[in-house]
Design a protein around this ligand. Structure first.
Ligand code: GN1
Ligand code: MG
Length: 372
């Protein structure tokens, strides 16, 4: 194992017990850099940790991210204890830095934090069956449930306007106008698709502004791979990636999970004929999520859950396309047209959702009658 001396210096700043025997970079996520660290203890046992560099292009104030993560994980831990559940391996636990605090600055504008590794667990990038997705829905629902009594004013807006569709549309128009790499002329239909739906897709921000939708503590990145599953039983163990926990709408968490998990294809599928909304998966996730949230969510929130799926799909389409026009600054890419491929895939998924809106509404209404 060769470890970069800079990385070694960062590792030494954390209060890890034992001595380091392995460091593996994990290639997941589009945003942060993540390593799996293994430490041998005096008794020979091995303990595992996750070390992550926070992307401070995305998160401008990493210390605010860490304050949010600390507050939210402590609240969830306390809530589990109150319910008689053992929080061990079921909620992220931060490893403190040697001088105290939850974060280490490497002197080169890099910010790092470390967690206990969630043991005996794995993540999947694609949903394997409806039962699994029901579990994921229940996990994100329970996550919202446990934070329903969290004092929301204590949370920082770590990425201001993260799901502000109107603001994102404005940014998108700026990217089109700037056309940094001269790519806009090649994608007129994609740009038109986004523009045609702009007003309709601002409905959630409008309902928040008018007070018809309440702000909740939301995860804001509810992809299936942000839930760790038990390797043997498949049980949902722990919700991870809490960087975007912020005040938001419950519709965002429901919606993003559907966008990503209930699609018949990967987020960057290039054969658009393979991209559709799988209604069995939609129903399964909805069942798990609504079972654990029906008691707290308002009727307006519940009836607009399908809108959440559409808006989140739209928002990702818009962001991927804007990043393509900007020259791929925000999302990591593996090929030159990667962001365009992602954008087109999201547009196709949204079109399919438009044709299935009544069916989605029917499923949600049925579940609300069952669980309310
Ligand atoms: C980013 O890196 P990852 O996969 O956790 C992004 C999400 C997008 C997602 C699209 C902070 O999440 O908002 O929906 O990519 N996270 C941030 O795959 O921008
Ligand atoms: Mg993430």
């Amino acid at each position: 194992m060769t470890i970069d001396s800079k990385l070694k210096a960062v590792i030494d700043c954390f209060d890890f017990p034992g001595h380091l025997i392995e460091c593996l970079e994990l290639k997941t996520g589009h945003i942060n850099t993540t390593c799996h660290l293994r430490f041998r203890q005096d008794d020979g046992a091995v303990r595992d940790y996750v070390l992550q560099r926070i992307n401070n292009y995305v998160f401008k104030k990493p210390w605010e991210v860490m304050e949010n993560v600390q507050l939210v994980t402590e609240h969830i831990r306390a809530s589990m204890v109150k319910q008689g559940l053992d929080p061990e391996n079921r909620v992220l636990r931060l490893v403190p830095a040697k001088g105290g605090g939850a974060m280490v600055e490497d002197g080169e504008d890099g910010y790092w934090r470390a967690y206990d590794f969630i043991r005996h667990a794995t993540t999947v990038d694609r949903v394997e069956n409806p039962a699994q997705f029901r579990q994921i829905g229940a996990a994100f629902g329970a996550f919202q449930g446990m934070l329903s009594d969290f004092p929301i004013e204590r949370l920082h807006d770590t990425i201001p306007h993260f799901h502000d569709t109107r603001k994102r549309l404005g940014d998108f128009e700026r990217s089109v106008a700037l056309d940094a790499l001269g790519r806009a002329a090649g994608v007129p239909e994609d740009i038109a698709f986004i523009r045609d739906r702009g007003e309709a897709m601002c409905r959630i921000v409008d309902l928040i502004a008018s007070g018809d939708l309440p702000l909740r503590v939301t995860h804001n990145d509810t992809k299936i791979n942000n839930v760790m599953l038990d390797i043997d039983t498949g049980e949902a163990l722990c919700v991870i990636d809490l960087d975007t926990v912020m005040p938001g709408s419950a519709l965002y968490d429901f919606g993003d999970a559907i966008r990503y998990g209930a699609s018949t294809a990967a987020e960057d599928e290039t054969d658009l004929n393979r991209v559709a909304l799988d209604m069995d998966l939609f129903a399964a996730f909805s069942e798990g999520f609504i079972a654990n949230t029906a008691a707290q969510l308002t009727p307006t929130e519940l009836e607009n859950l399908p809108l959440g799926a559409m808006v989140m799909t739209y928002e990702n389409a818009l962001r991927f396309l804007a990043d393509y026009l900007d020259g791929d600054i925000y999302f990591k890419i593996d090929r030159p047209t990667h962001n365009l491929d992602r954008a087109r895939c999201q547009c196709r998924l949204l079109s399919d959702m438009e044709s299935k809106r009544d069916a989605m509404d029917g499923i949600v209404a049925g579940l609300c009658r069952r669980f309310k």
